[in-house]
Design a protein around this ligand. Structure first.
Ligand code: MEV
Length: 312
């Protein structure tokens, strides 16, 4: 049996605008992860994919509702093709995950990444991070329609990335490590739907949205420089600016505002939604001294789960 893992992620700056060519920054979150195992099955069983916490038991090649393709089916078939394997084999692929689903933490990309890595290891294919990212991107298209590619990049490379759509992820310097508190609003959101809504808003008011996206891009660029020189106070201030722009873009929500406000009252350096928005997670940049106060404030403001992570 072969096992492989993949972590979650949060977007620090630039979600949505990244779909329109602006830069964004994302970091891996290793406190949550997916494990995928691959083992040989009995002869004639074919390839079965089991993901218990997603309620999936799927035979490779079976269509799903409305003749659609299952994202995990696509992941496995693309990987087989990439490593030159035929589909006529007997395998059991099992997935389990602690990454919350539909909360902007890259659960879909992480599941696909763990499967691709496990297949690569099982068959000794030696796929690189860049190969894995490319394969997972194809699954992301099925999940999200028009993904920028930031989720598969940060998860496959498992390091902080500065990302511009269509370009490879750039590593960026973290001048001084900093702490993030990640608080789950408890509300699910569909990235596909929110991204599609933003596209509709952009089509209706192109000039206004192009300006908003460009402003988000400037914030991400400035944030890259402040993180590189270790100025976490400035990075926090920029998170607040980014949150104000996300409000204007129309992807915030009452739950998000409640958590952002609670983190501010408790003395964070900055807070914003992370991912598609309209639910999902809020992230707060905190000093080590403020971390426990911010965590407690987020919990009493309704966060259903709070994770602390260090960006190094
Ligand atoms: C989703 O994690 C981030 C979005 O910017 C969509 C994307 O980049 O594909 C909302």
């Amino acid at each position: 049996m072969t096992v492989a893992y993949a972590c979650g992620k949060v977007i620090l700056f630039g979600e949505h605008a990244v779909v329109y060519g602006q830069p964004a920054i994302a970091v891996p979150v290793t406190q949550v992860r997916v494990a995928a195992t691959v083992e040989d099955a009995s002869s004639g069983e074919g390839v079965t994919i089991v993901a218990r916490n997603l309620d999936v038991v799927h035979r490779l090649g079976d269509s799903i509702q409305d003749d659609g393709v299952h994202p995990l089916d696509l992941t496995v078939r693309n990987t087989f093709e990439r490593i030159g394997l035929s589909e006529g084999r007997d395998l059991l692929i099992e997935v389990s995950s602690t990454i919350p689903i539909a909360r902007g933490m890259g659960s879909g990309a992480a599941v696909a990444t763990a499967i691709v890595r496990a297949l690569s290891a099982h068959f000794g294919a030696g796929l690189t991070a860049s190969d894995v990212s490319e394969l997972v991107y194809k699954t992301e298209i099925l999940h999200h329609g028009t993904p920028s590619g930031i989720d598969n990049s940060v998860i496959a490379f498992e390091r902080p990335v500065y990302f511009v759509k269509g370009e490879g992820p750039q590593a960026f310097e973290v001048g001084q490590s900093f702490s993030l508190v990640i608080a789950d609003t408890g509300a699910s959101s569909s990235t596909r739907e929110v991204v599609r809504d933003v596209r509709d808003y952009w089509m209706a008011e192109r000039e206004r949205y192009d300006t908003l996206f460009a402003d988000v891009g400037s914030v991400a660029m400035a944030a890259r420089a402040s993180i590189a020189r270790g100025d976490t106070a400035e990075a926090g201030r920029l998170m607040n600016v980014n949150q104000a722009l996300l409000e204007e873009i129309g992807v915030s929500s009452a739950e998000i505002r409640a958590l952002v406000e609670a983190a501010r009252q408790a003395g964070d350096l900055g807070a914003k939604l992370s991912g598609a928005g309209r639910g999902g997670n809020v992230i707060a940049l905190v000093t080590p001294a403020a971390r426990q106060w911010v965590t407690a404030a987020l919990q009493s403001a309704g966060a259903i789960r709070v994770i602390a992570t260090e960006v190094v």
